[in-house]
Design a binder for this molecule. Structure first.
Ligand code: IPM
Ligand code: MG
Length: 357
């Protein structure tokens, strides 16, 4: 199959990790007889430097016209003082919104080979960590009205948080359907003891749960979830939650697996167009040093093959290759431990590519 991929390498370690994911994709294409055509578009700080905006209109069009989008990371201290309208993150949010990427899947899996890297004791990890966070990605406080100005003689700020029934229902459906394909358990995370948006969220999820009697459904408050993720992560299968709770919980969950550098994500729309990116940031402190962990990006490329291109066996082959390389003891610095072999970012990419086919 011929597929067009728009590549948004971004800032910091973005270009380094993307290079390794492309290396792996090229190998997949060669082995399985596909052709992937890449169009590179600047996003984030690098785009601000060149064009004065974090993504150009043409860049956005290129994303819309692609079969899928692969993203590295955006942002860095250099652009921290940009006005809010042109901050690097703004581009990321704009792409999510423009492409209609409302469903963000963040699998959190502890590779058994990395159990040592997890901050949790083996006794707490128990049966292993294999959960999936389904984060609503185009609503909530991220996209609400903002205001900073004077009120009652002092400066005040507002960030409006809104959810509509239809927005909750469509992410709910993705979560129930996904739970069905996994271990059949779904926890919906909210703050229904305080927020109206959460009360609506909970009501819609309950309605949906009637349609999915085969899925074991429960509600859980977000603060309790933060605690339960540390206390007993094995209890979770699929977690569905609104935009900001999902942002925070997915960072927390990722750490349980030893390194945020391992975690991929998929942002899906109603159709097959999706955006795939590691959940970590641009790590400016190690940018350009060739020591970043490219596995989160490589695993994101695997999700792209699975969800946007329906190439399940190709996706499996990448995931298996990562597993084999870890089995053989290769580690980037973030997951390195005594007795394992430390490799550079580019070496890790080549090792994984070498195991395909
Ligand atoms: C993420 C990131 C983004 C978010 C930032 C960079 C805007 O933290 O993808 O989790 O908050 O969604
Ligand atoms: Mg985040």
């Amino acid at each position: 199959m011929d597929k067009r991929i728009t590549v948004l390498a971004g800032d910091g370690i973005g270009p380094e990790i993307i290079r390794e994911a492309v290396k792996v994709l090229d190998r997949v294409a060669a082995v399985y007889g596909h052709s992937f055509d890449y169009t590179y578009v600047d996003i984030g700080g690098c785009s601000i430097d060149k064009y004065g905006v974090p993504i150009t209109d043409e860049g956005m069009q290129t994303c819309l016209q692609a079969d899928s989008v692969l993203l590295g990371a955006v942002g860095g201290p250099k652009w921290d003082n940009c006005p809010p309208q042109i901050r690097p993150e703004k581009a990321l949010l704009a792409v999510r919104k423009t492409l209609g990427l409302f469903a963000n899947l963040r699998p959190t899996k502890l590779f058994p080979q990395l159990a040592e890297a997890s901050p949790l004791k083996a006794s707490v990890i128990g049966g292993g960590i294999d959960l999936l966070i389904v984060r609503e990605l185009t609503g909530g406080v991220y996209f609400g009205k903002r205001f900073t100005g004077e009120e009652d003689g002092e400066v005040a700020a507002h960030d409006d948080m809104t959810y509509r029934e239809s927005e909750i229902r469509r992410i709910g459906r993705v979560a129930f359907e996904t739970a069905r394909l996994r271990r059949g358990k779904l926890a919906s995370v909210d703050k229904a003891n305080v927020l109206d948006t959460s009360r609506l969220w909970r009501r819609i999820m309950h309605e949906l749960s009637e349609e999915y009697p085969d899925v074991a459904y429960s509600d859980i408050l977000v603060d309790n979830t933060a605690m339960q993720l540390i206390r007993n992560p094995a209890q979770f299968d699929v977690i569905v939650t609104e935009n900001m709770f999902g942002d925070i919980l997915s960072d927390e969950a990722s750490m349980l697996t030893g390194s945020i550098g391992m975690m991929p994500s998929a942002s899906l729309s109603d159709g097959t167009l999706g955006m795939y990116e590691p959940i970590h940031g641009s790590a400016p402190d190690i940018a350009g040093m060739n020591i970043a962990n490219p596995l989160g990006t490589i695993l994101s490329a695997a999700m792209m093959l699975r969800y946007s291109f329906a190439m399940a066996k190709e996706a499996d082959s990448i995931e298996q290759a990562v597993n084999t390389v870890l089995d053989e003891g290769y580690r980037t610095g973030d997951i390195w431990a005594e007795g394992t072999k430390k490799v550079l970012c580019s070496e890790m990419g080549s090792l994984v590519a070498g195991k395909i086919g």
